[in-house]
Design a protein around this ligand. Structure first.
Ligand code: FAD
Ligand code: UDP
Length: 376
């Protein structure tokens, strides 16, 4: 049996490639080492609730091409992500907005809030300037310069250090720039034009993308590399790039997360929101997800997941790339090697070692597929 393309990985990158290449008349085989399709966006139905098995996934994008693309497979609901933070029993809205500032300081107008933030950060910024620092050098400097000390110490520092297992002064500033700061009463976590959760879960989206392409599950490319290399003309590889090159230059590092998922029978509503972040340092988990709220579920039961962030060890599930100098330089070496492989295309969060959101992975896969199909 010969294929035009072997696609290693049935996550979003692999599924989009499979859809586009099949549509262009290419014969594809998709393999995945897991027992299910979908990679990290996989959802599993438990008592009528779609459980996000690898962490909460909220689709958001401002890219109309990507939004139209995903909506051509499934409908999306009107879910808007509005997580709340619990700091020692007190609740604050996220992202940082007038509701947060009211809970923190009792201020009700944007003018008062702005004045309070100024007061909170003025001395700190002046001190940085005295030291000759005009651009925040790390996450702590960035966060305090943005929202001041109270918010930093209540909602950011301990959560961030729990999440990344590193001091906030050792983390890059850009991580916190993802979060909006607003002087409006708007709890929408994202600024994007489009947002929602696929009705029927992400697995339904991936199933539709894969269509009737041949799929082999529990098939690890590395378990039989020669065979897999021999059955297709070209390969789309979405696994770990360092593994592909037998760790020739050393291991790339990740941050991993683990989930303790429980079905609570007879509990219709556990926490009143899909996502509650625990921003104190003592609570061992970072957040609790209550899955039914992603779909406005009214089932008599509920499913919750406690999410723990852990240092990654070889053999653990890799989740978040570590954006530091060592890993950045190491990845560059692997990327240079990857570019020399004319039969193999490397794509997705593991093969490109990038902190990609779903819409970015899809946009990237659509671009790659366009290039391939334009040349053939
Ligand atoms: P993956 O989903 O990792 O797919 C890769 C696939 O390849 C896997 O199925 C794997 O089993 C398979 N594979 C790997 N090696 C082999 C091999 N050797 N042989 C066979 N198969 C192999 N994005 C958002 O937009 N919104 C969110 O709210 C959001 N939340 C997130 C929460 C968490 C906790 C995490 C970790 C990520 C989140 N993301 C979110 C990002 C999102 O998960 C990714 O952008 C997306 O899933 C990446 O798709 P992918 O295909 O690149 O990788
Ligand atoms: N963050 C924080 N407090 C919160 C939520 C997020 O300090 O309550 C910081 C933290 O450093 C985190 C970053 O903001 O890594 C990005 O958060 P986001 O929720 O976007 O990350 P995710 O874990 O969903 O990828």
């Amino acid at each position: 049996m010969r294929y035009d393309y072997l696609i290693v990985g049935s996550g979003l990158f692999g599924a989009v490639m499979s859809y586009c290449l099949s549509k262009a008349g290419k014969r594809c085989l998709v393999i995945d080492k897991r027992a299910h399709i979908g990679g990290n966006v996989y959802t599993e139905n438990v008592n009528g609730i779609n459980v996000h098995k690898y962490g909460a996934h909220i689709f958001h994008t401002s890219d109309k091409r990507v939004w139209n693309f995903v909506n051509s497979f499934v409908e999306f609901n009107r879910y808007t992500n509005s997580p709340v933070a619990n700091y020692h029993g007190k609740i604050y809205n996220l992202p940082f907005n007038m509701n947060t500032f009211y809970a923190m300081w009792g201020v009700v107008s944007p003018k008062e809030a702005q004045a309070k933030i100024e007061e909170q950060r003025a001395d700190y910024i002046a001190e940085l300037h005295r030291q000759g620092v005009f651009e925040p050098r790390n996450l702590e400097e960035q966060a305090i310069s943005l929202v001041g000390k109270d918010i930093y110490y209540t909602l950011i520092k301990e959560y961030t250090e729990k999440q990344w297992g590193r001091n906030a002064t050792d983390l890059p500033a850009f991580i916190i720039k993802r979060l909006p700061v607003r002087l409006t009463y708007d709890n929408n976590y994202f600024n994007d034009l489009y947002q929602g959760i696929p009705i029927g879960g992400y697995t339904a989206l991936i199933e539709k993308m894969l269509g009737d392409t041949e799929i082999r599950l529990e098939a690890d490319y590395f378990a039989d590399r020669d065979y897999f290399d021999s059955i297709a003309d070209r390969i789309i590889f979405t696994g770990e790039i360092d593994r592909y090159f037998d760790y020739r230059f050393g291991h790339l590092e990740y941050r991993t997360v683990t989930f303790e998922t429980k079905l609570l029978e007879g509990v219709a509503n556990y926490q009143g929101n899909a996502v509650v972040n625990y921003t104190d340092g003592e609570t061992p988990y970072t957040r609790i997800i209550e899955h039914k709220h992603f779909e406005f579920g009214t089932q008599p039961d509920t499913v919750i997941s406690h999410e723990y962030s852990k240092e990654w060890h070889h053999g653990d599930e890799p989740y978040y790339p570590i954006n530091d100098k060592r890993n950045g330089e190491l990845y560059e070496k692997y990327r240079a090697l990857a570019e020399q492989q004319d039969r193999v295309i490397f794509g997705g969060r593991l093969a490109e070692y990038k902190y990609y959101d779903m819409h970015q992975v899809i946009a990237r896969a659509l671009d790659v597929a366009d290039k391939i199909t334009a040349n053939n």
